[in-house]
Design a protein around this ligand. Structure first.
Ligand code: TGC
Ligand code: FAD
Length: 392
């Protein structure tokens, strides 16, 4: 088994901008990853499943609801701490970060922001401790980039709602205890409903055959005349802006997470280039390899500052959705390019599970698609700077 030698890279002394609490949170997450995740990640990636036994540990480092207030079981941390946790988790594997960001930003966030006080107390502490695992159902078979067209719907039956439809590509669905599901009312307005495992007519078949994000379970949410109690509707926000608000929080976390994946690829490539001898020299001595490594750390450093500033804006409550889109798009693209270059530096070894590169590269092919594709985020920037929406 490969020893995890990662120590972080801070080319521009960004640590000086972090508080002691930020560094403590990051270092705890890093230590947990090294002890609990690094030794098993390749095995679970190959098996194609999430290692559920790590859920309590993930909860203990603030992996579930880091910024949710302590009174609801969250860690009460700020947005930079949330980002640093995502960075450390995705430094290990995008699927690990996915499990954490879905639970935190796509399940706990809407219950916290749009839920009733009773819903908050019922669900948030259990989600924070990992006793409950949640999933988020927005995407449908015929509505991915265009969730406004969703067909999943509910009818008011007097004493309950009747939910019908299906969601596809849902992280954690095969083993979720609860799902925050977005569906249209008879008036065509989008609402969030909390659906619990065990409700009659609710099933969660797993999606197999993924070559990406294999350490995360993905599946469907299928609703066939599911009776949902009226108290399970999120009362405080409706319309497409409600799920998109959750996506803002998750996309922000991904912006940090992608830096983690890039750092791991760079770290591995730098070490390999210094150790691997060809033509009587370490390959790091050749200009072509130095160009790759120098460009990697330059791009990582630029992304670190873009994202740190975004974290400050998010903490101040002034970050715009378009700013978040720019960081998500830039950082995931940056990480994917670095993974491809790092793969080449490792030569043939780069395609094996002796090194994390190929796994990161395959994972990032999901990350560049989910939470808004690379194209959609570009169009969001285009709309923001021109005032003209080019989606339709
Ligand atoms: P549009 O007319 O532009 O907007 C509808 C309403 O929403 C408001 N809004 C937002 N609100 C909060 N945050 C945002 N980011 C928002 N963007 C828009 C907007 O102001 C409007 O409000 P109102 O009050 O005027 O009604 O909507 P549109 O239908 O034209 O769509 C715009 C578009 C294409 C940008 C949007 O649909 C989009 O972002 N599409 C991408 C879909 C997506 O990202 N899906 C992700 C599914 S979840 C997932 O992938 C989880 S992966 C989990 C993991 O494993 O980590
Ligand atoms: P489409 O929308 O069909 O897009 C196909 C292509 O067309 C893309 O290249 C896209 O950029 C392009 N395109 C679409 N519209 C336009 C346009 N207007 N202009 C230009 N180009 C356009 N969803 C959830 O709700 N919950 C989850 O937990 C979740 N987890 C996921 C986990 C994984 C592993 C994956 C891969 C996806 C997950 N998703 C989840 C779904 C994800 O959000 C969607 O895949 C994504 O939003 C894109 O939708 P789509 O795949 O239907 O692609």
């Amino acid at each position: 088994m490969r020893t995890d030698l990662y120590q972080g890279h801070d080319y521009y002394q960004m640590d000086e901008l972090l508080s002691d609490e930020h560094k403590l949170v990051r270092d705890s997450a890093r230590a947990w990853v090294k002890k609990e995740m690094s030794p098993i990640i390749e095995e679970y990636f190959e098996k194609g499943t999430f290692p559920k036994q790590v859920i309590p540990g993930l909860a203990s480092i603030g992996g579930f609801g880091p910024y949710i207030p302590v009174e609801y079981g969250g860690a009460g941390l700020d947005q930079i701490s949330y980002g640093l946790i995502m960075q450390e988790l995705e430094r290990c594997d995008s699927g690990l970060r996915s499990t954490s960001s879905v639970q935190s930003s796509l399940v706990m966030y809407p219950i916290w922001k749009y839920g009733s006080e009773e819903q908050r107390h019922t669900y948030l502490p259990k989600l924070a401790s990992g006793e409950f695992i949640g999933s988020f159902g927005l995407t449908e078979p015929d509505h991915g980039s265009n969730p406004a067209g969703m067909a999943t719907n509910f009818k008011d039956m007097g004493d309950h709602y009747l939910l019908n439809g299906s969601k596809l590509w849902i992280s954690n669905s095969p083993f979720c205890d609860v799902a925050v599901v977005w569906a249209k009312s008879e008036e065509g307005r989008i609402h969030g409903l909390i659906v619990e495992r065990g409700m009659e007519g609710f099933t969660t078949p797993e999606t197999h055959g993924k070559w990406s994000l294999r350490a995360s379970n993905t599946g469907e949410l299928v609703f066939a005349d599911v009776k949902v109690p009226k108290g399970n509707l999120l009362p405080n926000k409706s319309g497409l802006g409600a799920p998109l608000g959750c996506l803002d929080s998750a996309r922000y976390g991904i912006a940090w997470g992608a830096i983690g994946a890039a750092l791991d690829c760079y770290d591995s490539a730098l070490r390999y280039a210094k150790e691997r001898i060809q033509f009587g020299k370490p390959i790091a001595a050749f200009q072509l390899q130095q160009k790759k490594l120098a460009e990697m750390i330059t791009e990582i450093t630029k992304a670190q500052f873009l994202t740190f500033r975004l974290g400050q804006l998010r903490e101040a409550g002034t970050a715009t959705s378009a700013q978040i889109s720019m960081a998500k798009r830039n950082n995931v693209d940056m990480a994917l390019k670095i993974a491809r270059e790092a793969r080449q530096i490792h030569g043939a070894m780069g395609i094996t599970n002796e090194y994390p590169i190929m796994r990161h590269m395959m994972n990032l092919e999901s990350v560049i698609t989910y939470e808004g594709t690379h194209d959609i985020h570009l169009l969001i920037t285009g709309m923001d700077i021109t005032g003209i929406a080019a989606f339709k």
